[in-house]
Design a protein around this ligand. Sequence first.
Ligand code: COA
Length: 246
Amino acid sequence: MAISVRDEGAVRFVRIDRPEKKNALTLAMYDAMTEALAGAQSSEACRVVVIEGHPGVFTAGNDIGDFMQNPPTGEDSAVFRFLLKLVDFEKPVIAAVDGPAVGVGTTLLLHCDIVVASSRAKFSMPFVNLGLVPEGASSLLLPQIAGRATANYWLLTGEPFDAESALRAGLVSHVFSPEEFAASAQKIAEGLAKKPAEALRLSKQLLRAPQRNAVREALSREGELFIARLSSPETLEAFTTFMTRR
Ligand code: COA
């Protein structure tokens, strides 16, 4: 299924598990992640979720072949259902990024509560280069987090940036060496899992409340344009170039 789920104590790890394709996300993988989050929400035992990739790769973003064959068509599509589930998820979510995080691989981080990166993490949102527009509410949240100048630069040029830049911009809270990365992320997760669960839930709710409606509106606004752009000549050309590059 390319998403694997394991529990370690009260921490549920949701691993994007398709390393041979740099963890590119298919429709079935979004569905599996949505299901994993739903299960974590209703599980008494689960207190914290960690979304992780593999050592050396977080995710190359949406699978481009899948984008061509099974494009999202509206808010009932797999990618939207996943993003909405993440937005509404009540327990703390930690994202652990240890390699490239492309497209939705970066924008999903904006909906996680704590984001940690290894020094080899690399972020990019190459939407414009693919003929597309920002998604995942990044047009709203990234300027708020990173400031307008940096958000504009990253979103309009699509240029990749490293973990130190992400730290300076406030997109991640910690950068660890690749050797210390997994244990450090786990330690943060275990620490949160020991906190009073109801206090955590209410605190997360408060932190999100001022933005809740605006995030949903941004997801819809972007989604509509993004879907329309998927069949634009600019995007079809960029996708075809990627698919036939070898
Ligand atoms: N969709 C489909 N397949 C993808 C993919 C994606 N988004 N990203 C990587 N892959 C596949 C490659 O086609 C390749 O498959 P192959 O071995 O069958 O040819 C395999 O994963 C390895 O990718 P490769 O590009 O050789 O790895 P790399 O280490 O040189 O580069 C990335 C890694 C992530 C920088 C690069 O793969 C990339 O830029 N991918 C596209 C990212 C993208 O544009 N995503 C969409 C955002 S909206």
